[in-house]
Design a protein around this ligand. Sequence first.
Ligand code: THU
Length: 139
Amino acid sequence: MKNGVEEKVILELIEKAIEARKYAYAPYSNFMVGAAVLGCNGLIYIGCNIENASYGASNCAERTAIFKGISEGCTSFAGIAIVGGRKDEELIKCSPCGICRQVMSEFFDKSSQIILATDYDKYVIKSLDELLPCSFTEF
Ligand code: THU
């Protein structure tokens, strides 16, 4: 157990993120990302990045996965595994972009684990506080 999410679940999230990455639609950057988020309801939602010829219309893997969960009634998450790397190359540590961090701040809490994986069993865990300190949460 590592701060809430059991190690075997962490490994399952990484495996699912690697699987999701295969569906990445990234013909413009060739950077393929996969994510798997664990809902507090125990379900796992997966996502990939989805690019667009109009670049700004693209969506990151993390938000794809999180929005899938939200759209199915799950609005709190215990952890997310993220994997990324250029097409046909090894995974590199893929830290979430600022927009995804802000979205996480809405639906994750202090104990939620952000798992940055570079292989099935190689990962580091970050908290949202580390990735997005002093965040804007309410007005
Ligand atoms: N991307 C993600 O999906 N997640 C990240 O954490 C970083 C970046 C995507 C967006 C774009 O499709 C490609 O990677 C290159 O930025």
